[in-house]
Design a protein around this ligand. Structure first.
Ligand code: C2E
Ligand code: CA
Ligand code: CA
Length: 451
């Protein structure tokens, strides 16, 4: 962005901010504004263009703003609210934003995937943990959000009703963000998992790890395994582990879980190596783990404690995690590499800046894991060309390429032809429980699985 663009953007921000300030009714701090009317009009226009157009909405609330405002005088109350709104606007310039009251904002997006929309808002909320100084005391403004999707043809009243209902649930459950779910798909246990459930789950050994093999493209030998978490408790088995991880992130529990996984994996490595099983293990980490200074120390300590070579360990970080603070994240990842631990970029191609990571070479990932969405479509020419381009670009910056989600022989053949380095997916093996993996290893380690 040129400095002129930046100046322009700053001016625009100031304009917006002034506009909001002008709207406030200082006494009540609620805006009897016509923002929702504007949105209604926008939806009507959208309907005329394309009645099926998909939209996503998020109602974001500064949950503890009201009580914090009591600590402040009139003008400062306004300033605080405008700072929060300004920050939001600056972070989501691509979405429409409507101010419903001094502590409730509506974000509106068109033609965007709900999961992605939810993910960027979740990341934003997680970033708001740094405290603001109020009366010389540090306070964190707690953000909570509800998300729903629909089409421009849906009634705005219905969409707002859904958002308010979901936001009530967010507050009741002490969560940060939830997506609206219809009664039919509404799995109550999904909503009602609490912090205590997860902590007790770990204490009671309801969580366990599974291992999914990765194989060498050239000779079919076992290159390593990806470690994946599972929750064995009967009532939660239907719950995708990804959601449990997201909840743990929101509840501030992810560091606890990742540290638990590291302990398990390092101990497992020790036991395996003693019995002649030598296999590299890749651990998934979340962005909040990267910012946890204990993690690197813990990993280093555990590895040295058991005298295991660091090259038997790898960390996988999803591309979505690298939304903000890139420099800090890369700086921390470099420290893992300096210890001898490999670093992989997971879900490649699904994030914001996929190409930039390769083209600008800001950080040299040891592996780029191409997301399964691309692999699923690889039999089409355009997708094959795209995957080929990714492989070439990754090799250009000395990163190896792993394809995940390989389910068919035709996909494996296409990837081999394109020069991919490693393959992972149900075609080779589903994630295996420890004992199953040991059988797999003993059967296949010296007998290559693929030709
Ligand atoms: P991921 O890191 O991208 O993991 C790969 C996911 O794809 C796994 O789902 C795996 O079971 C699944 N998979 C593997 N091969 C195939 C295939 O051929 N086809 C299809 N359709 N799927 C395949 P899983 O175990 O449900 O994990 C989902 C996500 O949850 C993971 O995505 C990761 O983001 C997260 N996750 C799982 N375990 C952990 C963990 O220990 N820590 C953290 N931070 N995240 C985890
Ligand atoms: Ca992964
Ligand atoms: Ca992945």
């Amino acid at each position: 962005m040129t400095s002129r663009d930046k100046d322009g953007r700053r001016m625009k921000m100031k304009e917006i901010l002034d506009e909001y300030k002008g709207k406030w009714n200082k006494k009540s701090y609620s805006i009897p504004n016509s923002d929702l009317e504007h949105l209604k009009e926008h939806l009507m226009e959208g309907r005329l263009e394309n009645a099926q157009k998909r939209i996503c909405l998020s109602l974001i609330q500064f949950a503890n703003l009201e009580s914090l405002c009591h600590l402040l005088e009139g003008e400062k109350q306004e300033n605080l609210s405008s700072r929060l709104i300004f920050r939001l606007r600056e972070s989501f310039p691509e979405y429409r934003m409507y101010t419903l009251s001094y502590d409730k904002i509506l974000l509106y997006a068109e033609e965007v995937n709900e999961e992605y929309f939810c993910q960027v808002i979740r990341s934003y909320i997680m970033e708001q943990n740094s405290p603001l100084m109020i009366r010389e005391l540090p306070f964190t403004i707690q953000h909570q959000a509800a998300v729903t999707e629909g089409s421009v043809s849906d009634s705005l009243d219905e969409l707002m009703y859904r958002l308010h209902r979901t936001l009530d649930l967010v507050c009741k459950l002490g969560r940060n963000i939830l997506r609206y779910q219809t009664e039919a798909s509404n799995s109550v246990d999904r909503f009602y998992i609490t912090l205590a459930d997860i902590i007790n789950g770990i204490k009671n050994e309801e969580f366990f790890l599974v291992y999914q093999p990765k194989v060498d493209c050239e000779d079919g030998s076992l290159k390593g395994v990806e470690v994946l978490l599972r929750w064995g408790r009967q009532e939660y088995q239907r719950l995708p582990i990804f959601e449990v991880i997201q909840m743990a992130e929101e509840m501030g529990l992810i560091n606890f879980i990742t540290e638990w996984i590291i302990d398990k994996v390092v101990t497992q490595q020790y036991v395996w190596q003693k019995s002649g099983i030598f296999v590299k293990t890749a651990i998934n980490i979340s962005v909040n783990d990267v910012t946890n200074p204990n993690l690197l120390r813990k990993m280093d300590h555990a590895i040295k404690g058991y005298s295991i070579k660091p090259e038997y360990f790898e960390i996988e970080l999803t591309e979505h995690a690298i939304i903000k603070d890139e420099e800090y994240i890369f700086h921390t990842l470099r420290k893992f590499q300096q210890l001898g631990i490999s670093v992989s970029l997971d879900d490649y191609g699904t994030g914001h800046n996929s190409l930039i990571y390769l083209l600008e070479n800001k950080f040299r990932f040891d592996n780029i894991k191409i997301d399964k969405l691309f692999i699923a479509g690889i039999e089409s020419h355009s997708m094959e060309a795209l995957v080929s381009g990714i492989i070439e670009a990754a090799h250009g910056v000395q990163s190896k390429v792993i394809a995940e989600g390989v389910e068919k022989k035709a996909q494996a053949d296409a990837l081999k032809k394109l020069g991919c380095d490693t393959l992972q997916g149900y075609y080779y093996s589903k994630p295996l429980e420890r004992k199953q993996f040991e059988v797999y290893y003993n059967l296949y380690e010296n007998r290559h699985m693929i030709c």
